[in-house]
Design a protein around this ligand. Structure first.
Ligand code: GAR
Length: 204
């Protein structure tokens, strides 16, 4: 069964969605560990409640990327727990070459917009400020760019006239919680084939 290591910095609702998809049989995988760069992040608490090994690992001295010795500590922990693939679930740092090379089966990310629109931080606020009428979420392979890797699945949501950043983000997150287990299940089934930057989903 596909062994997934999860990295997150925040409240962990996507990690929770993965756990629930596994428990309900929609995702044939196991989460072997949850690692966080934020000591008191709720994602760690959620993992512990489900008996999943959860560790805070400092990413200092860097503020916005996972690099240097910290990157090596993350790679070592993921390997120690037996991770085959890595799922970023609200991990708010740029991933560098070392981690990508260490996990060639895939490092995945969930992003709260329809990429390539609105990469970077707080994409739902960017969508509101721009005035788009539709936004959503993307699950994609991570490459060395900022939210630029091959796209596996996207789901859309309408932007409503009375949306606030909070209501829009909540609507996007409901879709993230469907999309992320789906993408990982496709990966577990070996259905994703990369052709250049295009991820093809086989119906085999
Ligand atoms: C999610 O909306 C995810 O798309 C976003 O952080 C949130 C984490 O929520 N990630 C990014 O913006 C990465 N660029 P969660 O902690 O409840 O899963």
């Amino acid at each position: 069964m596909l062994a997934v290591g999860v990295l997150g910095s925040g409240k962990g609702s996507n990690a929770q969605a993965l756990v629930e998809a596994i428990e309900s049989g929609r995702l044939q995988a196991r989460i072997v560990c949850v690692l966080s760069d934020v000591e008191n992040a709720f994602i760690l608490e959620r993992a512990r409640r489900h008996g999943i090994p959860a560790e805070y690992i400092s990413a200092a001295p860097f503020k916005t990327k996972l690099d240097g010795e910290a990157e090596q500590h993350y790679i070592a922990a993921l390997r120690r727990h037996g991770a085959e693939v890595v799922a970023l679930a609200g991990f708010m740092r740029m991933i560098k070459r070392g981690l990508l090379r260490a996990f060639p089966r895939g490092v995945l990310n969930v992003h709260p917009s329809i990429l390539p629109a609105f990469p970077g931080l707080e994409a739902w606020k960017q969508a509101l400020a721009y005035g788009v009428k539709v936004t959503g979420c993307t699950v994609h392979f991570v490459d060395e760019g900022m939210d630029t890797g091959p796209i596996i699945v996207q789901k859309s949501v309408p932007v409503l006239e009375d949306d606030t950043p909070e209501t829009l983000h909540a609507r996007i997150q409901e879709k993230e919680h469907e999309a992320y287990p789906l993408a990982l299940q496709w990966l577990a089934e070996g259905r994703i084939r990369l052709e250049g930057r295009v991820a093809r989903i086989c119906s085999c």
